[in-house]
Write a protein that binds this ligand. Structure first.
Ligand code: SF4
Length: 463
């Protein structure tokens, strides 16, 4: 069978980035992308431990793959099944015990060793035996030193991982256990990868890290550089027109980063700044090391530096011990800050975290009711923010065709999806768009020219 690779990615943008890197390390071995698991010789499930029911979803997928693999073997073929990512890191032994048809368990910090693990599986199979291999170490050598340049051209908007791991130990979160201690890539490595991505067509880079603004990579001067300084350096790359970063911890926003939001035109006025709760009592129980007052003052400082900064956030409802009064505090914080968008989740215990052992878990119906109320409030704020854009002219970076023929789609500075009637040749360009209306998930607009008239194309399709 030809070497075909299928990767299913669960979860966050870090995992999307890691999946692309796994494809990169296997490309020199002759692996090309398969459309389905059924047509692949190697299937990788790149798991996420943050979302609810991650483990159940994984075992459900593994059950399906077991049947595919058995059918392949009955035909005299072979299939290698690998589980990667944070669930593999945290629950590797359980995976191999419950799903003995899995061949490889590999953690996020060792994905560069995937070719060696595949070779080991082949070697054992050639000897007529079968043995699963597991690599969930936190190696001394950073994986980035071993990752090859991607064979695939990046999109107009590309991810660039600059930081991994976390030292904050929020009491609900598995990241410090699954991704390990904070590590920041050296500035020179980040700049080199950014330059390559831009040379191959990327116009926007989103810098990724579990706690990206804890970035402290060693600079060319030998001193640690923060994220603000890194953003200034990246902004010097010609043709890099937009820089974003995610995800941030409020405690790690420093003056230099705030100043970068004021000074660096390419740094977009949109910041995902998770707060998790509006109750000081719950924030303390979460070990967030900031209170509501700190968060609000931080948002004020950021908005003083960049008046149009749109703020996004994450919320957890039903954290152990959360009372109605705590939840009301969260609603008050939402009203006070005004979020352009936000994500809300019901608390669900992650094995191995302090919060999972708390006795005062909130009953499921209470969590459900609070989640519905929170989402309604957040949705209203998002709609309000989007509606306020109608009639405005926004610079939109077009990155793909729209869903319908004759449309192009892109993003506003505030990360809103924007759709216009336009030829796809504008993909890769920033164009001014007059926002005309809202769809459920996007803004609808019209291209305008410098003279403020609609383009011929717009006039034709909108007549
Ligand atoms: S800062 Fe973020 S990644 Fe780190 S422990 Fe807290 S929630 Fe997890």
């Amino acid at each position: 069978m030809t070497k075909k690779l299928f990767i299913k990615t669960y979860g966050c943008q870090m995992n999307v980035y890691d999946s692309a890197r796994m494809a990169d390390v296997l490309a020199p071995l002759g692996f090309t992308e398969a459309d389905t698991a059924e047509s692949a010789s190697v299937v990788v499930l790149n798991t996420c431990h943050v979302r609810e029911k991650a483990t159940e979803k994984l075992f459900s997928d593994l059950g399906r793959l077991r049947r595919v693999k058995a059918a392949r073997q009955a035909d005299g073929g072979a299939m290698v099944i690998a589980v990667a990512g944070c669930v593999a890191q945290a629950e590797g032994d359980e995976i191999l015990a419950r799903a003995p048809w899995v061949d490889i368990v590999i953690g996020p910090q060792t994905l560069h060793r995937l070719p060696a693990l595949l070779a080991e599986v082949d070697r054992v199979a050639a000897a007529g035996r079968r043995r699963a291999v597991q690599d969930t170490e936190f190696p001394a050598e950073p994986k980035f030193d071993f990752l090859p340049e991607s064979a695939q051209a990046p999109g107009v908007s590309a991810f660039l991982s600059v930081q991994e791991g976390c030292d904050r130990f929020c009491s609900f979160c598995v990241v410090p256990y699954t991704r390990g201690a904070e590590y920041s890539r050296p500035v020179a490595d980040v700049v080199a990868e950014a330059t390559r991505l831009v040379a191959r067509g990327a116009r926007e880079l989103t810098l990724l890290g579990q706690n990206v603004n804890a970035y402290h990579g060693v600079g060319p001067d030998g001193a640690p550089w923060g994220l603000g300084r890194l953003a200034r350096r990246l902004a010097e790359i010609p043709e890099l027109v937009r820089i974003r970063y995610t995800t941030s911890h409020p405690r790690d926003v420093d003056e230099a980063l705030i100043a970068a939001h004021r000074d660096v035109e390419q740094l977009m006025p949109f910041l995902h700044l998770p707060v998790q709760s509006g109750s000081d009592r719950i924030l303390a129980a979460m070990n967030r090391r900031h209170d509501v007052g700190f968060y609000r003052r931080l948002v004020d400082r950021l908005r003083a530096a960049r008046a149009d900064l749109a703020v996004s956030s994450d919320f957890i409802v039903g954290y152990p011990g959360e009372t109605d009064a705590d939840f009301a505090d969260t609603l008050r914080l939402i009203d006070a800050v005004g979020f352009a968008q936000a994500f809300a989740f019901k608390y669900s215990p992650r094995p191995g975290t302090p919060a999972a052992r708390a006795a005062n878990q909130v009953p499921e119906p209470v969590k459900q009711a609070r989640l519905a109320a929170l989402q309604e409030r957040l949705h209203a704020q998002q709609t309000h923010f989007n509606r306020a854009c109608v009639g405005r002219t926004l610079p939109v970076l077009f990155d793909k065709p729209g869903r319908r023929p004759g449309q192009a789609a892109g993003r506003s500075p505030y990360l809103q999806a924007v759709v216009v009637a336009a030829p796809t040749r504008i993909i890769g360009q920033i164009r001014d768009v007059r926002i005309a209306s809202l769809n459920t998930n996007s803004l609808v607009g019209m291209l305008i020219t410098e003279g403020d008239g609609m383009t011929d194309y717009d006039a034709r399709v909108s007549a």
